[in-house]
Write a protein that binds this ligand. Structure first.
Ligand code: FE2
Ligand code: FE2
Length: 372
């Protein structure tokens, strides 16, 4: 990567893209065309996105498709299956295990899933409306579904059955002296989740043996606990990704899109952060995965109810500490987000073409420069 050179290349191509965009806008508005049933937006509503803006939106569209794919799997087994989020028939034992974290878990899983699909559909529709190519990951749907009762038998983009989950976001939001943008690192709240490959959904009916709609074995409870921490891991990533990339956006309408979607990721994260703290302190007898008693901890770096972002250093340690999203550094923000998902083992079983495509989208997004 050579940002200076790429910035100059981007400036040239952005102008050519702008010219194309304006010409297209004038033509289609005059003709009264529709894009997927939507009227083509006025120039004021659609803005004049630069090539970098489009690259950022395309990476975000891919991220939202990935989020939709994983949340869909959670909803089929542990959420509410309805006309808003169809697919699957639910699994009572897994749902009960999730509800040990909070009675409203099925509703929250449903609503988070609904939100991700809306992010995907909106960003792709916007891309089409300005004459840009939407993102389609359908050719990469090749991973198997869980065979546990309740899951659809369709091909997936993501694998929720062999996760390696980084729970350092727990301390990251509790620290009053460190910030990842300064290179600081954080200890995981559940160290065991980093050490192995763990399912966050029941993989097959054997994972449900001994559990009922009202009681969960420690094995199934560990699967539900794993999901609870994975929910927050995913959404804290989105919470940082949007403000990081927004700093590279040029067009005000594209900036409005990022500033309007991004905080919903933070709303999700805050909810899941709270629920993860209720995960029962148990050990999975099949693999030794242990969940600590965070709800009962009095350590300020572990205590379960300290879910508001603790004020910490920002920009310059000489400034007063401030409550912030972290990280929000713009360097390699998209690539880092993608790497976090790779490290999560979320794409276990996917082939290189999928990762290469995602990597190309991330690189293009990271090469975007604010041009005003
Ligand atoms: Fe999203
Ligand atoms: Fe999200």
């Amino acid at each position: 990567m050579a940002p200076t050179v790429q910035q100059r290349v981007g400036m040239t191509t952005r102008r050519s893209f702008l010219g194309k965009s304006i010409a297209l806008g004038a033509g289609v508005v005059g003709a009264g065309l529709l894009v997927d049933g939507l009227p083509v937006l006025t120039a004021e509503a659609s803005g004049s996105p630069t090539e970098g803006d489009i690259a950022i939106l395309r990476f975000l569209a891919a991220a939202e498709i990935i989020e939709s794919d994983l949340w869909q799997q959670y909803n089929e087994l542990g959420g509410i299956q309805d006309s808003e989020v169809p697919g699957g028939t639910g699994n009572a034992a897994y749902t009960n295990a999730l509800q040990q974290l909070d009675g409203d878990m099925p509703q929250y899983v449903h609503d988070n899933t609904d939100d991700e699909f809306s992010h995907w559909f909106f960003i792709n529709a916007y891309l089409k409306s300005v004459g840009a190519e939407p993102v389609n990951l359908d050719p990469f749907r090749r991973l198997p579904s869980s065979t546990a009762p309740g899951a659809q038998q369709i091909k997936r983009l993501t694998n929720l059955m062999e996760l390696v989950i980084d729970t350092s976001w727990w301390e990251k939001y509790r620290s009053d002296s460190k910030n990842p943008d300064f290179g600081d690192t954080f200890a995981p709240a559940v160290p065991g989740l980093l050490k192995g490959k763990f399912p966050a959904i029941p993989r097959h009916k054997e994972d449900l043996e001994g559990s009922t709609a009202t009681t969960a074995t420690n094995h199934l409870q560990a699967i539900a606990n794993t999901a609870g921490f994975h929910f927050a891991f995913i959404e804290q990533g989105g919470t940082s990704l949007y403000p990081s990339l927004a700093q590279r956006v040029t067009d005000p309408v594209v900036l409005r899109i990022l500033l309007s979607i991004g905080p919903t990721e933070a709303m999700h994260f805050q909810t899941w952060h709270d629920k993860a703290g209720n995960a029962p302190a148990i050990t999975d007898p099949t693999n030794g995965l242990t969940f600590p008693n965070l709800a009962g901890s009095t350590d300020p770096l572990l205590e379960g109810n300290l879910i508001m972002p603790e004020p910490t250093i920002f920009l310059n340690p000489a400034f007063p500490h401030v409550s912030i999203v972290r990280p929000t550094n713009t360097q390699m923000a998209a690539t880092s987000a993608l790497q976090a998902l790779v490290n999560d083992n979320l794409f276990a079983g996917q082939s290189n073409d999928f990762l290469e495509f995602l990597s190309s989208l991330a690189t293009a997004a990271d090469n975007a420069r604010r041009g005003v």
